[in-house]
Ligand binder design. Structure first.
Ligand code: EPU
Length: 304
């Protein structure tokens, strides 16, 4: 979607919003899939409510893009604009006070884990290799190797779509479940306060190393993916089921089931969203036929 009205462009500039026309979202996602649209970036959280009001009044649909590591975006010219928080940059997006860590949603999750480790704050070692932003991790309650980020969250500053305002949500008012939280689809994570246990740096680094090794041994880290495509069904493993059906290497065009981990679907060349969706549908149908189990997507799909 192109924003070309001089009035809207002037209003965006007044709100300090950076407008990048015609951006290929394939370049902003780890899957390397996605069509073209205008990108709006802002680092001024206090202006977010006014920006979203403007978009609503002008009938401009939007999607909020975090680190782009868990999203499958449609092909071609998209019918919505993408919104992103501009990062404040390394050294400025994580603020540590005792065992409390204030972190921007736009901060890189892995870098946050290591920044905290240097101040002897641990607990999040399992999240080290989870790609993406802190905001995306908060929204999805990202987890790996027995750790979920929700466990450490004390407060989240969030733009509440229902009220059209920024507010501070306390952890007691947020439910964090397996790859799911009680945040509404239009809510936008801005900052969070985490509370982390104190641990010696060497101990944290040793834990980080173990997780990195496990991940390297089982996941296709140097290929374009969005991590696991499906959630694990209760008590089961999507990867094991897909693997058991002999589907590693199975493809639709350039969308392919990883031959390393069967719940990672990779872009093996120039995959389109349509190819990835066809692969997802086919694998889901085969798992349903073999196990009577309906796999639910873990990746967020914006195909419309
Ligand atoms: N397995 C196979 N074949 C495969 C893949 C896995 O047989 O191709 C088997 C493994 O041998 C193991 C079991 O399935 O016995 C579970 O596999 P794994 O330990 O790799 O964990 P997972 O359940 O597939 C989950 C998360 C990952 C996270 C890892 C490590 C989900 C959907 N996936 O994977 O998260 O990194 O545990 O904790 O919850 C993600 O969220 O995108 C993600 C990759």
């Amino acid at each position: 979607m192109r924003i070309d009205s001089p009035r809207v462009l002037a209003a965006l500039a007044d709100l300090g919003v950076e407008h990048r026309p015609g951006v290929s979202l394939a370049e902003l996602t780890s899957l390397g899939i996605g069509g073209t649209t205008d990108l709006l970036r802002t680092g001024q959280y206090q202006h977010l409510p006014a920006l979203l009001r403007l978009l609503r009044e002008e009938g401009i649909e939007h999607r909020f893009l975090g680190g782009g590591t868990n999203v499958l975006i449609g092909d071609g010219e998209l019918g919505w604009v993408a919104l992103q928080l501009a990062p404040r940059g390394e050294g400025q997006d994580v603020r540590i006070e005792g065992a409390s860590v204030w972190v921007d949603a736009s901060a890189d999750l892995g870098r946050t884990v290591t920044t905290c480790a240097r101040r002897n704050l641990g607990g999040m070692e399992g999240l080290i290799g989870v790609p993406g932003s802190v905001g995306g991790a908060l929204r999805m309650n990202a987890g790996a190797y027995g750790t979920e980020i929700g466990r450490f969250v004390r407060e989240v500053e969030v733009y509440r779509a229902s009220r059209g305002e920024n507010e501070m949500a306390r952890c007691a008012d947020i439910s964090f479940e397996y790859r799911h939280t009680s945040f509404a689809p239009g809510d936008i994570m801005l900052r969070a306060r985490l509370e982390l246990p104190e641990r010696p740096y060497e101990e944290i680094v040793a834990g980080i190393r173990v997780c990195n090794e496990k991940r390297r041994a089982s996941q296709p880290l140097n290929q374009k993916s969005a991590g696991c495509i499906f959630k694990n069904p209760p008590g089961g493993s999507a990867g094991r089921m897909i693997d058991g059906l002999g589907l590693k290497g199975f493809r639709r065009g350039d969308a392919m089931v990883s031959d390393r981990h069967a719940n990672f679907f990779i872009n093996a060349g120039h995959a389109t969203c349509a190819e990835m969706l066809a692969l997802i549908a086919e694998v889901r149908a085969r798992v349903r036929a073999a196990h009577g189990c309906e796999l639910e997507e873990e990746v967020i799909v914006w195909s419309a």
